[in-house]
Design a protein around this ligand. Sequence first.
Ligand code: ATP
Ligand code: MG
Length: 653
Amino acid sequence: MSNESLANLLKEERRFAPSSELAAQANVTAEAYERAEADRLGFWAEQARRLTWSTEPTETLDWSNPPFAKWFADGRLNVAYNCVDRHVENGLGDRVALHFEGEPGDSRSLTYAELQREVCKAANALTELGVRAGDRVAVYMPMIPETVVAMLACARIGAPHSVVFGGFSADALATRIQDADARVVITADGGYRRGEPGALKPAVDEALTRPGTENVRHVLVVRRTGQETGWTEGRDIWWHELVERQSDRHTPEAFEAEHPLFILYTSGTTGKPKGILHTSGGYLTQVAYTHHAVFDLKPESDVYWCTADVGWVTGHSYIVYGPLANGATQVLYEGTPNTPHQGRWWEIVQKYGVTILYTAPTAIRACMKWGDDIPAKYDLSSLRILGSVGEPINPEAWVWYRKHIGGDRVPVVDTWWQTETGAMMISPLPGVTETKPGSAQVPLPGIRATVVDDDANEVPHGSGGYLVLTEPWPSMLRTIWGDDQRYRDTYWSRFEGKYFAGDGAKKDEDGDIWLLGRVDDVMLVSGHNISTTEVESALVSHPKVAEAAVVGATDAQTTQAICAFVILRGTATEGEDLTEELRAHVARTLGPIAKPRRILAVAELPKTRSGKIMRRLLRDVAENRTLGDVTTLTDSSVMDLIQSRLPAASSED
Ligand code: ATP
Ligand code: MG
């Protein structure tokens, strides 16, 4: 961004107050903010007591060597024990932990007692394979219960896992295995997606032919699809042969609070993925607290469902560690939302009586595109909290979500956080906050965040700039795996003593925070910094547009020219009239400065596997460059399609 702060163009006036019913019995009330404000470290020390420690910590934060934090450093605990065993010991062994729903329609439920036996067997199996505390284990799996079991088994024996999204290529898997120097890979023959069994094992076999993967001694393979699978004798072992014959008892060892729990590579919207390191005690404290507070979880009655894949951070923090630490009952779904039909998700909500749903804006926009009549066919009355994460949610999608999924009564919480933050950082609280569609609103209790200008000064209300975190937090990343210097440079060098998130944001007149997309994506048009998010929101608020991605392309006259890529709704067709109509609509909504120079209708947008739009690739296209790193893209043919359409678009200028 240049020296001028981010323009504040979008005005959104809709407000939704919490219902008195929800406010009256909410887990967390406004008092939590005051308590955390008065004594932040005391507040987190109190939250750490949600966990069961074998040695209670007496220290809270050690920040003597910034930016390398230690939280609860003299405490010891076992993460898997906290997520499983202690619930069984508390008499909750019969409570369902996971309702698994396979894409083909198979389903099974695992109680906490069953989960405990499975995790113990898997921990014994890994030990038999020679995995020791500190060894890294790569996990390359579909969304099945064994994936959760595998992660917990690693945590139980202190072997940090590195989960690699099951849709990634052999190349992407190989670089992650190399970077983490993994010793064992846990995978499956395949998983079901879009109505088909998709193989996983061949990518592992291929990855393990690459240099730098020689330290992988064993590949443990779950049988999910039953498809033909290549086999390397001595290296490959079936899960059902090794794990099933193990004892279902295993004594958990206590590890230091700062013992590494996992490495996870970021989704790669801005470039080469970074191996983010998370540790045990602080991470588990914050994921448990935020899951309790933001979703108002009542573990005895709620049925929680997070639709994320375990291969990205939302799956780690809000499928595995947060919900299980809290003893929640949850749904785990293997497949895509439109297999075999576009109502699949709503059918699942109805079947299990889901009360809390956590998903991403990209999925909400897809459902909007499919039509209101689809969710309307199902009974969604069990829902009481709706969450969003992953990208800024445009107000139209937020309001649609509340209305068509939440029956106009269910609060929506837009949660801002990152792989690096480990847990939610900025979000409304459903029983406290009057929500504003499109805003993540306020830092959670115990979190300090603000928006600053180029010189690190806090911007006044009503202005935009850079989002920063001004105090360390328990679930913060500890470093980039193997690269302390990159950790310092990426997050701690832009503003002295502050964590730079890489996102643009603004504060409204009340001081509430609105995320405006990546700083790298901010456009400079005739001396004004304009956020991609606001222009995209304006486009999507037009009834003919389902989805939009906006980038700034170099322009001799205006520095950058706004280029918009839009997906049209059902019946709308591209043409000069529509282009003019959309440009005029943006000008009316945000002002003439934000009017796109070019608008191109496309069938699909380039997205990461976690569903985020990759604007940097669209910028490459708009500026006629060769494409940057596409390894984390869902479907690279999308880019060919877009590129092939471009010459026609240029003539519109
Ligand atoms: P990379 O760091 O490799 O470019 P990434 O940042 O997309 O990848 P994640 O850690 O999965 O990887 O994503 C975090 C980012 O997602 C945030 O920095 C922010 O840009 C965006 N984000 C997440 N939740 C929200 C939200 N509620 N509102 C706005 N943006 C969000
Ligand atoms: Mg990032």
